[in-house]
Design a protein around this ligand. Sequence first.
Ligand code: NAD
Length: 348
Amino acid sequence: MKLLVTGGAGFIGSAVVRLAVARGHEVVNLDALTYAACLENVAPVAGSPLYTFEEVDIRNCPALDTVFETHKPDAVMHLAAESHVDRSIDGPGDFIETNITGTYNMLEAARAYWSAQGKPDTFRFHHISTDEVFGSLPADPEVMFTEDTPYDPRSPYSASKAASDHLVRAWHETYGLPVVLTNCSNNYGPYHFPEKLIPVVILNALAGRDLPIYGDGANIRDWLYVEDHADALLLVVEKGALGRSYNIGGCNERSNLELVKTLCAILDELRPKPAGSYADQIRFVADRPGHDARYAIDPARIREELGWQPSVSVEQGLHKTVEWYLQNEAWWRALQTRAGVGRRLGTG
Ligand code: NAD
């Protein structure tokens, strides 16, 4: 397939780009290169004849039309977004413009291109979204997000993603655009931008700094290794049923405190301190406003209909992730000087 991947210089998008090229797909990576982007993430495939980069902002409609006309993709995988909840609390405007208006622009550019091609039903617009659109779950482990869970977003980020999901479904129902959607749980792994919890913990631990935990650390997230997410996304764009959405999760629920303690134990093993444990650096800090208590995905649909399952447990994935950060200091050091990185954001 010829895939147009938006946001391919970000964390998840770059994992999709690397995996797609490795599997022999042609990839056009469209990215505006915001503060969250890093072209180093796609360096392993940048020299491939299967790979092309377009520095384009999804808020620029004429540029989007040109990309579609030039490259004539078989499918779009739309990941470009403002993605950091804390930044959405400090400055929601960018989230509205990129996540909502930008997705609208992508839908209109895709619809114009698809119509000009004679509306082939083989075309796909795959919208990549988050489980955060479903809101916050109670502690009961029997209760999980399914594809039928009503939307209840509670942060500017998740509200903007929910709005974009609604637009994508509306373009399918109203114009017949062949869409598929996915809603995924928290990702982690290599190339994770150093403002998100897992890299913050690893890098602060190594620097001897405090390991900040919001509130009491009891908030639960369902963790998925990013390369397993990329594998699921390629499966859905190839085999997903038209108009259908799929929840993707690793069945790996951990409280933030458990997760941080696990990371500390892995660091104690791989890079022991002269004395004590990295867990001694844990500090509880003021909670995030509106902090969702629990996310948990029921991935039964993608498992039963498409045969997908994650390849690694969270323990294996976290081990690989810590090893990657230990081996790739040049990558993360270069990003630590970017605006906002290393500062507490989103205190409201
Ligand atoms: P990221 O912030 O690492 O990357 C986003 C990319 O989009 C960056 O390369 C950025 O430059 C690009 N971008 C931002 N605004 C743009 C614009 N206006 N025009 C063009 N490009 C723009 O994000 P991520 O964590 O890789 O998330 C990718 C997608 O997956 C997002 O849509 C996000 O909502 C979704 N998602 C993320 C997670 C997670 O745990 N990170 C979980 C589920 C879903």
